[in-house]
Design a protein around this ligand. Structure first.
Ligand SMILES: Nc1ncnc2c1ncn2[C@@H]1O[C@H](COP(=O)(O)OP(=O)(O)OP(=O)(O)O)[C@@H](O)[C@H]1O
Ligand SMILES: [Mg+2]
Length: 593
């Protein structure tokens, strides 16, 4: 029930449509009551010659005595009702479809927005296929549940009405006919309780199947390179077969439940029939009366059956709704604290104070990190793989929060700023730049959505990208393919540098921006990066020490600690790890090629 209140909130913007839907249902019900009347008038009054009812006299006036006129009216009336019925049907279809889909879209949009706000730690845990399944497939449960209410209500009303009529005719029989209600109630409850866990399982399998497709398609190059298409196909089949088997098992159970409901009502009918026939035998009831009662009992059982069936079939949606609401209720681990401040443009002073961090199920990813960087300073982060360099810079963006200690921006804890204003201060350029499947211009514009074309071109020029973009057949309108697949790594990298130029943030995070690029392109990109670093506090992660000559200070990291800090020359003397890295990298160059 609590679930219901939460989804009802999605009905609010569509109050008008909801009212229209109820009105249409009422009109349809009225029309179905009227349906038999033209036929009755045709048979009794036009053909049989009985005096026409008052409504006919009212419509026809003096012509009411003319049987041909009554006949024409009856036929016209029948036609009109049929027309009205169909019109209502069309309207109902339109209103309900619109209502259902609009509510579904609102709910899905909320879920989409929420899942984007969930922290990186959440996304590390969840497979994206699962999220896609929840956002695109399970969300319809919310609107589906709301749309199930009108038929349920109609059935409930019919049930009460029919019961009242039978009670007036024969109270004992009426009570006897509802004696199966408790049985239905308990069997439905039993069913609901036992079916739900099974539905959760089936949905898990189905989501997993989707995850397999999603992963395979995003890894298509790896799959093709290793010739593992058949392997992936088998993996998909195995997963799919399991999902199908589970779904079939579930359907069998659902059908058995329907069977139980139908058998119960059949027993009820038999009970009433036997009891009534016995009364008829004793002469207390005429056969005609018995027939009337039986037809009414059938009329009571129909809505009763329908209600049980609906409650049964709604379980799927209830489970979906519960799962999606769980996602919607997941609190982002990284979020704005109460009273978070919106900051203007920062100067760019960054300090780590006793920062410790560990990923879930890991230990000591970062230990006691302490350093301070003045505005505009360029800092290089070097160290062996797995030392924690990427982790350190992702803490500045609050992709994760430190477990101990704090990070200060211009002397203030970054957790006291809103996430949005913090992230406005920072540009990130990744080792493997990711682009959207859009035009080059739009990909650059991602840095600042209101940038003009001139600004975009300036940014591209500053990033040494303008030349290669102009050589492309469509220039800035070239569509780059998913994740930028139609461009080379170096081209992609320059576009992401242009994006950072456009964003013009005071802090710059560069995570090995040139490590996957040949040395000639590297020189071009380093040149662009030099320009980009101008006047910004920069953290540059680099494996190749040759790329960090122009920095002010170097932080050497090892196993989550800062083991040395200073200039290249001083580190060569004070930091054995740095000297080792340096010697390793310069050694091959001394040998003749
Ligand atoms: N999302 C994650 N969840 C759990 N552990 C992680 C995650 N990302 C990184 N790690 C672990 O944290 C440690 C530090 O990783 P990090 O990516 O910061 O290293 P790095 O210094 O950037 O290495 P590289 O030079 O190879 O890029 C590694 O041991 C890694 O296995
Ligand atoms: Mg890294």
């Amino acid at each position: 029930m609590r679930l219901y209140w939460r989804v009802l909130h999605y009905l609010k913007p569509y109050r008008g449509l909801a009212v229209a839907s109820v009105l249409i249902i009422a009109a349809t019900a009225m029309a179905s009551l009227l349906t038999p009347w033209p036929l009755k008038i045709l048979v009794d009054n036009a053909l049989g010659g009985a005096p026409p009812p008052r409504i006919v006299v009212m419509i026809l006036g003096p012509l009411a005595g003319d049987r041909a006129a009554v006949l024409a009216l009856a036929v016209a009336g029948g036609l009109f009702i049929a027309f009205f019925n169909n019109l209502m049907h069309v309207l109902e279809n339109y209103v309900n479809t619109k209502l259902n889909l609009s509510m579904g879209l609102d709910f899905r949009s909320d879920l989409f927005r929420h899942s984007q706000r969930l922290s990186m730690a959440f996304h590390d845990r969840r497979r994206s296929g699962m999220l896609i399944y929840q956002i695109s497939y399970q969300c319809d449960a919310a609107s589906g549940l709301i749309m199930a209410v009108p038929p349920l209500a109609t059935n409930a009303l019919t049930l009460f009405g029919m019961f009242a009529v039978i009670y007036l005719i024969d109270p004992k029989l009426a009570l006897l006919s509802v004696s199966i209600v408790p049985l239905l109630y308990y069997s439905t409850r039993y069913y609901v309780k036992h079916i739900q866990p099974q539905i959760v399982r089936v949905k898990g399998f189905e989501a997993e199947t989707l995850s397999v497709i999603h992963e395979a398609i995003s890894m298509i190059r790896v799959i093709a390179a290793f010739g593992r298409e058949d392997h992936e196909y088998r993996r998909y089949r195995a997963q799919g077969t399991q999902a199908v088997d589970e779904r079939v098992r579930l359907t069998v159970r659902q059908t058995l439940f329907s069977l139980a409901v139908n058998m119960t009502t059949a027993c009820g009918t038999a009970l009433v029939l036997g009891y009534g026939a016995y009364h008829a035998l004793k002469g207390r009831l005429t056969v005609g009366e018995l027939l009337v009662i039986l037809s009414y009992v059938a009329a009571v059982y129909k809505p009763l059956e329908a209600i049980s069936q609906t409650v049964g079939s709604l379980q799927d949606q209830i489970v979906s709704l519960r799962l999606t609401l769980e996602l919607l209720d997941t609190i982002p681990e990284v979020s704005d604290p109460p009273g978070a401040r919106v900051s203007g443009r920062a100067l760019g002073q960054v300090a780590f104070e006793g920062v410790q961090f560990r990923y879930a199920d890991r230990v000591d990813t970062l230990k006691e990190i302490d350093f301070e960087v003045v505005p505009g300073q360029r800092v290089a982060l070097v160290g062996p793989t797995g030392a924690g360099k990427t982790t350190l810079i992702s803490l500045i963006l609050r992709f994760y929060d430190p477990t101990h200690g704090r990070i200060l921006l211009d002397g203030e804890d970054i957790r006291s700023l809103t996430l949005e204003s913090l992230r406005k201060q920072v540009s990130l350029v990744l080792q493997e730049p990711l682009l959207f499947s859009d035009t080059i211009a739009n990909n650059i514009r991602y840095g600042r959505l209101d940038a003009t074309m001139d600004e975009i071109i300036d940014a591209a020029k500053a990033a040494n990208a303008h030349q290669f973009i102009c050589k492309l057949p469509d220039g800035y309108d070239t569509v780059v393919g998913e994740r930028g697949a139609k461009l080379s790594g170096g081209e992609r990298q320059r576009i992401s540098v242009a994006r950072a130029f456009l964003k013009n943030a005071p802090i710059l995070l560069l995570d090995e921006p040139t490590s996957s690029i040949d040395s000639r392109t590297e020189a071009v990109i380093l040149d662009a990066l030099d320009r980009l670093m101008e006047g910004r506090t920069t953290f540059l992660v680099a494996h190749r020490l040759s790329t960090i000559r122009s920095v002010d200070t170097i932080l050497v990291m090892d196993q989550g600690r800062v083991v040395g800090q200073g200039s290249h020359e001083s580190l060569l003397h004070t930091c054995p790890l740095y000297r080792q890295l340096y010697e390793l990298q310069s050694a091959p160059q001394r040998q003749p090629a």
